[in-house]
Ligand binder design. Sequence first.
Ligand code: ATP
Ligand code: MG
Length: 326
Amino acid sequence: MSLLELQNVTKIFSVGGLLRRRHILAVDDISLSIPEDRPVTVALVGESGSGKTTIGRLVLAFLKPTSGKILWQGKDVWKIDGKERQIYRKNAQAVFQDPYESLDPTYATVDTLMEPIKKFKLASSRSEAIKIITDTIESLGLRSDTLDKYPHQLSGGQKQRIMLARAVLLKARLIVADEPVSMIDASLRASILGLMREIKENYGVSFVYITHDISTASILADQIVVVYLGSLMEFGDFDEMVTKPMHPYVKLLMDSVPIPDPKRRWKGDVKIKEDEGEVLPKDLMKFRSRCKFCQRCGEAKEICHEKQPPSVDVGKDHKVLCWLYA
Ligand SMILES: Nc1ncnc2c1ncn2[C@@H]1O[C@H](COP(=O)(O)OP(=O)(O)OP(=O)(O)O)[C@@H](O)[C@H]1O
Ligand SMILES: [Mg+2]
């Protein structure tokens, strides 16, 4: 059984009034799973507007899929209630891009961290709660005097550490971290990503790390999912995919990112056509009749323009949405 499984998940947003209603296919038939038996970090990578945040919000059940299922330990997260739903809510936590928005400005750190302890009855007395909180924040590299500070007295990096501490306190099994370091000083980014890696190893927490920056993912990712216009183009082992990408779009992506570690870098060359006009998300529905990347793809065949590609298993835990491998 998987900890989390997405089964053919699609999310369509309807926007505009009755007369000018249009549909946005934000997430298109995505299937994916995170194992139960070991923690993994999955980097979810794609351009702006490719559906990454929407996938994250679906995973956390902040959004309901238009079709498809999200299973937590085998159970549909939209069908569980009561205690089971509470456990899922506790086990799947979020760390967002903007640390300034995720903390209540009227709460000192100790209040922020006390709240989940009370809600889920994780301690029997206030002194026990304070001990749990202090031990946790210290193990995550924060000093205990942080407890009395309010958000405006903390740096962006400290705030993200507090959000991570909150998830650790709750004994979360999965943390969805949506661009958690993009608003943090570049000098602090590596330490936060390193902390996430430690949390995975020391506390057995899996991560969905959402980013448009593959080079930061190389610090912590075990697996990588590349999405393009809502579709999962390729999923696989991080090292394998950055060194030997298969999907033409993923090759393009790997060609354009500076991965610091040369062993984790792709050395192939990429065939790419001139952009033949933007494929705007609002026009997505009609592109379901072909490969979404076919107009930009230098390796496209006739069939790529005529039919949607299948998801092809090209190895263990490695799949590619491409006619070239079908
Ligand atoms: N609540 C919403 N209502 C309508 N459309 C939405 C909504 N949320 C997202 N979208 C649309 O869905 C598509 C995917 O958006 P999403 O925010 O998931 O992309 P993203 O990959 O996270 O982008 P970014 O890298 O810019 O954060 C976009 O076309 C976006 O405009
Ligand atoms: Mg986003």
